[in-house]
Design a protein around this ligand. Sequence first.
Ligand code: IDP
Ligand code: MG
Length: 149
Amino acid sequence: MERTLIIVKPDGVQRGLVGEVIKRFEARGLRIIGMKFMQMSRELAMKHYAIHAERPFFNALVDYITSAPVVVMALEGTNAVAAARQTIGATKPHEAAAGTIRGDFALEIGRNLVHGSDSVENGIAEVNNFFAADELVSWSRNVDPWIFE
Ligand code: IDP
Ligand code: MG
């Protein structure tokens, strides 16, 4: 079962889109195994986005993601990483397909509402960066056999 880290970024929280975002992942069939409301420290933000450390937008990205509270979720499911990325939509919201979160609610790359892990390995690593083991819940839903074959 894959894991992916989803973040409703500060713009999503400020715009009251937390429920809308959660609704879409729940509807997709992904299982929530962890969730918290927090304001990211610069240290955690820099670790999370370390791969972008040399990019010109890095400081602005860290400023943005730490500027206000976020909602962080760990989701589990078959094909969770790719399915979540598809539900989120392309990084540039003006290129994101209608029906995706970014395609429906965002316009600019620096205000693109949601983060989702980009590989199976990063899904595991990012979930572990944000959640202690005792903050993750191992459970199954009665509906799981109707979602996971
Ligand atoms: P992703 O969020 O779709 O995985 P990444 O390329 O990993 O996209 O970039 C991480 C985040 O950094 C983006 O979601 C966006 O918030 C920000 N970002 C990426 N490229 C740019 C840019 O060219 N200008 C400003 N912000 C950017
Ligand atoms: Mg990324």
